[in-house]
Design a protein around this ligand. Sequence first.
Ligand code: SF4
Ligand code: SF4
Length: 101
Amino acid sequence: MAYVISRWCIRGGECIEVCPTDCIVPGPRDNKEWPYLYIDPDKCIDCGACVSECPKHAIFPEVEVPAEYAEDIALNRKFFAEGPGYWKFDMEELRKERAPA
Ligand code: SF4
Ligand code: SF4
């Protein structure tokens, strides 16, 4: 099992800051095909640390993803298998996308 980021993600990267395995990666900015952040299912250790950091409650254990977001499970996997995957993103740039507190 792994955790999954759903389409409720508004970017910002709070989840990245707490992930112990660095398995959360943003879609490249302004890339409409990959607008959210994605979790690598092969590296996620199911610790759940990212869940409480998410202001949009966008992260679910795979088995608890609501039915209406079920396709997001495959999208997280596809991001790493066929999409951008790991790339050298700028964390400071991502932080700037956060909504003001
Ligand atoms: S559950 Fe843990 S390992 Fe998996 S993405 Fe969240 S913080 Fe990272
Ligand atoms: S904390 Fe939630 S909204 Fe923010 S980037 Fe991570 S999944 Fe997206």
